[in-house]
Write a protein that binds this ligand. Structure first.
Ligand code: SF4
Ligand code: SF4
Length: 75
């Protein structure tokens, strides 16, 4: 599975090292849904790889993708 740069994994999960709450946009996520600090992103982001989940949450809008992501984990 290749990353489609959909942005959902930078919005849906809580990321403690970034103090990013569940369901909120990472402050480093640009309007085009790409990472503004990509070369210096934290380890948790570096180790995240696209997998089955990306396809499972696929939807036309970021809001829907985030909702789908949270629903998969019943969050
Ligand atoms: S949810 Fe998956 S496809 Fe979307 S940006 Fe993250 S890794 Fe890429
Ligand atoms: S630091 Fe970059 S890769 Fe990590 S969650 Fe924020 S926008 Fe996404």
């Amino acid at each position: 599975m290749e990353c489609s740069k959909c942005g959902a994994c930078c919005v849906a999960p809580d990321i403690s090292s970034l103090r990013k709450p569940l369901g909120e946009r990472c402050p480093h996520l640009k309007d085009d849904n790409l990472c503004a600090i990509y070369d210096d992103r934290p380890a948790v982001c570096r180790s995240y790889a696209a997998d089955w989940l990306c396809e499972r949450i696929s939807a036309p809008t970021l809001t829907e993708r985030v909702r789908n992501y949270l629903a998969v984990f019943q969050l």
